[in-house]
Design a protein around this ligand. Structure first.
Ligand SMILES: C[S@@+](CC[C@H](N)C(=O)[O-])C[C@H]1O[C@@H](n2cnc3c(N)ncnc32)[C@H](O)[C@@H]1O
Length: 235
C-alpha cells in the first residue's frame, strides 16, 4: 500500500477533480431497503461523504448527524442539503471518527464504504457502541473477495495507487485495471462483521454479500460486491 486512508488522503480525494462526480451519487440502495421500514428517530451517518444518504434519511424523517473527516466532503453535502431545502435539518460534523466520540447514542448508526486508517473491523466496533438500546446498526461496506488481494497487488506494482472505481465517494479511477475492486485492507466479509457483534447484545437482522451494477461516467457499467449487515441492539 502506498498510502494510508488518513485525513490527508481523504482531503486530497475530496479536493480532486473527481470529487465533483462523486458528489452527485444517489443514496445507497441498501440503506433505503434496510431502513425504510424502521420508525425514524436520531441517526448518524459515519463517513457521510457528500451526504446523499444523510439527505435521504432526513427526507424520510430521521434527525441526522452527518460526520466526515474531510471538510471538502461536508461542503458538497451542505450544498446538496441547501439545494434540497434541508439545510437546517442536518447536523454536519467534521471529525476523525477513529477518535471522536458522540455525546449521545443514536437510534440508527449507519456507514457506507467508509474506510479509515484504523481498519474496517475496528471502525465498525467503535461505531457499534454509538447505537442506543433497541436501535439499529447498518453497515454497508466493500466485500473482501479472494481475487481482490492478487488484483490489488498487481495494481500497486503498476504504480496505479488506490482506486475503487465505484463512483460512490472514494475515487473513480475508471482506467484502473483493478477498477471495481477495493484494496484488501478496505474490505471485509459479513461473517467478520457479525463476529464482532455479541449475540447477547445484538440481533442480526441482515448479513448479506450482494452484488449490484452501477453505471459510471461514459455509461461504463461496474459490478459492485458489497457487504450489508443490519443488527438491532437488544437493550
Ligand atoms: C468511500 S467514501 C464514502 C462516502 C459516502 N459514505 C458514500 O457512500 O458515498 C469514504 C468516506 O469516509 C470518510 N472517512 C474516511 N476516514 C474517516 C475518518 N477517520 N473519520 C471520518 N470520516 C472518514 C472519507 O472522507 C470519505 O468521505
Amino acid at each position: 500500500m502506498n498510502h494510508t486512508f488518513d485525513k490527508s488522503y481523504w482531503d486530497d480525494i475530496w479536493s480532486s477533480e473527481r470529487a465533483g462526480s462523486m458528489s452527485t451519487s444517489d443514496p445507497n440502495p441498501h440503506l433505503i431497503r434496510q431502513v425504510e421500514a424502521l420508525r425514524p428517530g436520531s441517526a448518524i451517518d459515519a463517513g457521510c461523504g457528500a451526504g446523499a444518504e444523510a439527505i435521504w434519511l432526513t427526507g424520510a424523517g430521521w434527525a441526522v448527524t452527518a460526520a466526515d473527516v474531510a471538510a471538502g466532503a461536508l461542503a458538497f453535502g451542505e450544498q446538496r442539503a441547501a439545494d434540497a431545502g434541508l439545510s437546517d435539518r442536518i447536523q454536519w460534523v467534521q471529525a476523525d471518527l477513529s477518535s471522536w466520540e458522540p455525546n449521545q447514542q443514536y437510534d440508527l448508526v449507519t456507514t457506507h464504504y467508509a474506510h479509515p486508517a484504523i481498519g474496517q473491523l475496528e471502525f465498525y466496533r467503535r461505531i457499534a457502541t454509538w447505537v442506543a438500546p433497541k436501535g439499529t446498526l447498518l453497515i454497508v461496506g466493500h466485500l473482501h473477495r479472494h481475487d481482490d488481494a492478487e488484483d490489488h497487488d498487481h495494481g500497486q506494482r503498476q504504480g496505479q495507487g488506490h482506486s475503487h472505481g465505484h463512483g460512490h465517494g472514494h475515487g473513480s479511477d475508471e482506467d484502473s485495471e483493478h477498477e471495481g475492486r477495493p484494496p484488501t485492507e478496505a474490505s471485509t466479509t459479513a461473517a467478520a462483521i457479525t463476529e464482532l457483534l455479541d449475540g447477547d447484545i445484538w440481533e442480526i437482522e441482515t448479513a448479506e454479500e450482494p452484488q449490484r451494477t452501477m453505471t459510471g461516467p461514459g455509461g461504463r457499467v461496474t459490478t459492485i460486491h458489497d457487504v450489508v449487515v443490519r443488527a438491532t441492539r437488544r437493550n
